[in-house]
Ligand binder design. Structure first.
Ligand code: ADP
Ligand code: MG
Length: 248
């Protein structure tokens, strides 16, 4: 079944109940269009990570539907591995392979899954590393890098798979404050290139400046969404007003 709109991602009435009574997502509707940066904000435990992980089917919905490029992900004919390749995921804790060099971290998946030749993958990886100014780290291991460097490498590792969308779950939350800027700068430059991104974040400045749309969640529900200026300067929902009064 196809959806009627041309959203890249379309979430319909998505509900996730981990156990009876533990409702992490409660009938959420969300569209993500190509080239958009959607920031998801909200208090801890509001369901932001569960929503993001559901897009990738890292969480199995209890009910509701997710369409990607018009295809229903619950459809048995959808190849979930191929689907996951179209969505890069960047986590709080980088998840680089510790026993692989930076270069190997970036080239592994493109060679294994996209059937790139090692030379092609290497060349692409070096171009990406040059973009972030870390070409000289290609042969080092992750433990030699700072948190900000690790996260930027995790981001370009996702990019090497040429995904259609990047999903970020609090990509700067585990970083020392002085390293947050370099990661946000990279994300900002990807947004400027037109990369479609969904970003769970506590960085309200980033959300205001870079997001095309901000989504506010509380108690597993999407309570408000809109352009950053509207949402931050003219919040309507009392929960959003309360949240902003604590974080801004
Ligand atoms: P957020 O990312 O906004 O902090 P989460 O999506 O992680 O929120 O969690 C939403 C709710 O779902 C919370 O009540 C959390 O305790 C619960 N939850 C999340 N993951 C699991 C899990 N694997 N098992 C049981 N409950 C979970
Ligand atoms: Mg979370």
């Amino acid at each position: 079944m196809a959806t009627s709109n041309n959203a890249l991602i379309s979430v319909r009435q998505l509900t996730k109940e981990f156990r009876r009574g533990v409702v992490a997502l409660d009938h959420c509707d969300l569209e993500v269009y190509r080239g958009e940066v959607v920031a998801i904000i909200g208090p801890s435990g509001s369901g932001k990570s569960t929503l993001l992980r559901s897009l990738n089917l890292l969480e199995q919905p209890t009910s509701g539907a997710i369409y990607f490029d018009g295809a229903d992900l619950a459809d048995k004919s959808v190849n979930i591995d191929l689907h996951r390749q179209k969505m890069g995921m960047v986590f709080q804790h980088f998840n680089l392979f510790p026993h692989k060099t930076v270069l190997q971290n970036i080239t592994m998946a493109p060679v294994a899954l996209k059937k790139k030749t090692p030379q092609e993958a290497r060349q692409q990886a070096m171009t990406l590393l040059e973009r972030i100014g870390l070409a000289d780290k290609a042969d080092e291991y992750p433990n030699m890098l700072s948190g900000g460097q690790k996260q930027r490498i995790a981001i370009v590792r996702s990019l090497a798979m040429e995904p259609e969308v990047l999903l970020f779950d609090e990509p700067t939350s585990a970083l020392d404050p002085e390293m947050v800027g370099e990661v946000l700068d990279l994300m900002r430059s990807l947004a400027a290139d037109g990369m479609t991104m969904v970003v769970v974040t506590h960085e309200m400045g980033f959300a205001r400046e870079v997001a095309s749309r901000v989504v506010f969640m509380a108690d597993g529900r999407i309570l408000e969404e809109g352009a950053p200026a509207d949402l931050f300067d003219h919040p309507q929902d009392p929960r959003l007003k309360d949240f902003l009064s604590k974080v801004l």
